[in-house]
Design a protein around this ligand. Structure first.
Ligand code: THG
Length: 265
């Protein structure tokens, strides 16, 4: 199980403000807290900085790497910002993301070839958001073959089925879960990742839906999440579920997290 901490994202007001003020301490503390809470990778996104995005990405990657030892997930739709982050990053980074949209694919694939990062690959092409399980299977074939041709081993590919909000359509939860199961069955060696909180967008008590959906996704074969690691009940449930799903030999990770107080009933 891989946890990508999502909190350093400029779509969040407090982070956008901290970026504008170049508040290094706030960002660094947010990085440290997420790692202490159990994040394996820290996402860095400054998509709202537009014209300045390259410069801000450089700054974010530098200051976060100053204080944590885990890899970063360089998160931007802009190839220039991804390139900036990858150049500054020490060791193997993750990128969020590539997709089968022609323009995005063509812009990002040279970076993939050059830096060989772990790659989040969105199951989406120029036809827009996937509308069915079959859509995702078709696009994922294209993504996996293309990434393999660019020299990316299966273990470094993280397919994202793209979770759509349950509040928009009551069947979007099941559509996502069936997609995860299908991807897992078709590509046993390739990782599945998702932005967990997409599911609850627009609904009340979002964390309740996120927590329940995490357990359901995990059982269908999801093995990585982009989530808020400071949601302690969520992280507690995650460690418990990983153990219960037989993915934690001797329950060692569960016991260690419980002893350290990282997780709690
Ligand atoms: N797949 C991939 N990347 C993604 C997503 C995905 N990135 C964006 C999103 N989905 C996951 N990341 C976040 C980051 C932050 C928040 C939610 C998802 C967040 N949102 C606040 C909230 O929901 O309350 C916004 C309010 C605020 O704090 O200002 O914190 O699916 N590949």
């Amino acid at each position: 199980m891989l946890v990508v901490g999502e909190l350093i994202n400029s779509s969040r007001k407090a982070v956008a403000e901290a970026i504008n003020n170049r508040d290094k301490e706030y960002i660094q503390e947010l990085a440290c807290k997420q790692v202490e809470a159990g994040a394996d990778i820290i996402d860095v996104n400054c998509g709202t900085s537009f014209a300045e995005e390259v410069q801000v990405m450089n700054w974010l990657v530098d200051i976060v790497q100053e204080v944590v030892d885990v890899p970063l997930c360089i998160d931007s739709p802009s190839a220039a910002a991804l390139a900036a982050g990858l150049e500054r990053h020490q060791g193997q980074a993750m990128i969020n993301s590539i997709s089968a949209e022609k323009e995005r694919w063509d812009a990002v694939i040279p970076l993939v070839r050059q830096f060989k990062p772990k790659v989040i690959a969105l199951c989406m092409d120029d036809g827009g958001m996937p509308a069915s399980v079959d859509d995702r299977l078709r696009v994922s074939d294209q993504l996996i073959n293309g990434l393999a041709a660019a020299g990316i081993p299966a273990v470094d590919i993280y397919l994202d089925p793209l979770i759509k909000p349950l509040g928009v359509n009551h069947e979007f939860g099941m559509e996502a879960l069936e997609s995860i199961a299908a991807l897992r069955q078709k590509y046993p060696e390739i990782h599945n990742i998702c932005g967990l909180s997409n599911i609850s967008f627009g609904l009340p008590e979002r964390r309740l839906l996120n927590r329940a959906f995490m357990v359901m996704c995990l059982l269908k074969g999801m093995d990585a999440f982009i989530l808020d690691p400071l949601d302690r009940p969520l992280m507690s449930l995650l460690k418990a579920s990983v153990a219960l799903a037989g993915q934690d030999e001797y329950c060692l990770q569960y016991i260690t997290a419980a002893r350290s107080g990282q997780i709690k009933a």
